[in-house]
Design a protein around this ligand. Structure first.
Ligand code: GSH
Length: 372
């Protein structure tokens, strides 16, 4: 019998349950392909699998992985960490502790902060909503015996209530949120015009993280895809390059210094994502399931609180605390210089549930956002 901590993957292909237009399923597929881990993608079927998922992994979310030995896994971040244990080369993280921290930070930011804008571009515009709702109506709810038009309508309503207008977006802040996405496209256009991957000549966890918002959303949904075509073709090249990356590409030197053009990304995290994480933690602490917050000049109204993201903030802190003394110092100096350090430690005490997410990647305590 295999112990829970011991990855056992020299076994037949595993099953990845999800959707082929899903953010986190797409991230996981990029990871599996890069690592050469064979998998079968199967559409998660709703509502049929909901009960099974809650039983097996604690929550109903995608993707979920079923190993050939019958064990179930969830949460892309912790799954990747777990799968990485079986590779002795640690090839997705730079040796330099500060660069490795930045790779983790970019992954977390890509997972959590770009989710809302990605959902906005998909579900706000009729073009995106028609495409995605038809796709999901025939894919993940394909077995539900209702007309496709009705399922599409119900899905669109669910996603808007859960993730866009129901999670802080208003007609007033949408232009600024779209502006932030276009700023990101510009920053990445600059980066990928200079080198093939985020950190340099070889792919890292940072690339895999960014595959979340880009692979199945910005580079797939009609409205952001057209913006990418017109303004950031190097980003489209990177999306395809990453999809075509294999184990053989996990070689070569890491950069001697963190590339300077990553600093604007860190600066944006310091003025947007990290203050949001602090405000979210305060909302959870105070039991405010909806909260208003102004970050980076954008006012979000009635954003949903997320217990999961309190844990994300704790993970970032733990990651820094786990660095060797010299690495802590260099990383702190970098984070301070880009405005990330202060918000990373606010509020001092985090309102976590007892043993929150301690069972990952086998069992989750909370969903990223509590939408059922
Ligand atoms: N932290 C999780 C997040 C997974 C997640 O939220 N996935 C979305 C779909 S891409 C989901 O299942 N949402 C649940 C829902 O809409 O009910 C991970 O990294 O896997």
């Amino acid at each position: 019998m295999t112990s829970q901590n011991e990855p056992a993957l020299d076994q037949p292909a595993l099953t990845l349950y999800g959707s082929n237009i899903s953010y986190f399923t797409g991230k996981m597929e990029n990871y599996f392909r890069i690592r050469g881990i064979p998998y079968h993608l199967k559409s998660m079927q709703f509502p049929r699998m909901e009960r099974q998922l809650k039983h097996e992994i604690g929550v109903s979310q995608m993707p979920a992985v079923r190993l050939a030995d019958g064990r179930w896994l969830t949460d892309t971040t912790k799954m990747i960490e777990w799968f990485e244990l079986r590779f002795a080369d640690n090839a997705l993280l730079p040796d330099d502790p500060c660069q490795a921290f930045v790779a983790h930070l970019i992954e977390d930011w890509a997972d959590e902060w770009w989710w809302r804008p990605a959902m906005h571009y998909r579900w706000h515009y009729t073009e995106g909503a028609r495409f995605a709702s038809w796709h999901l109506a025939t894919e993940v709810t394909g077995l539900v015996p209702l007309p496709v038009w009705l399922k599409s309508r119900l899905l669109t309503r669910r996603q808007r209530r859960g993730y866009t207008v129901g999670d802080g977006l208003t007609s007033t802040n949408v232009p600024a949120v779209e502006g932030s996405v276009q700023r990101l496209f510009g920053q990445l256009q600059h980066i990928f015009s200079d080198r093939p991957y985020v950190l340099g000549n070889r792919p890292s966890l940072a690339d895999i993280g960014l595959a979340g918002p880009f692979f199945r959303h910005f580079a797939l949904d009609p409205v952001p895809l057209e913006i990418l075509r017109q303004t950031a073709p190097a980003v489209l090249e990177w999306v395809a390059r990453l999809w075509n990356t294999t184990q053989g590409d996990l070689k070569g030197d890491w950069p001697v210094m963190l590339p300077n053009d990553l600093k604007p990304l860190l600066r944006d995290m310091g003025s947007g994502y990290l203050p949001y994480l602090s405000a979210n933690a305060e909302a959870v602490r105070d039991g405010r399931k909806r909260f208003d917050i102004q970050v980076d000049g954008v006012e979000y109204k009635k954003a949903r609180y997320s217990r999961y993201r309190v844990w994300c903030l704790e993970q970032l802190r733990k990651r820094w605390l786990g660095l060797p003394a010299q690495g802590q110092e260099t990383t702190k100096a970098l984070l301070e210089s880009q405005g990330c350090w202060g918000p990373m430690w606010q509020p001092e005490t985090l309102p976590l549930l007892p043993d929150q997410e301690a069972g990952l990647p086998f069992r989750a305590t909370s969903k990223m956002i509590d939408v059922y």
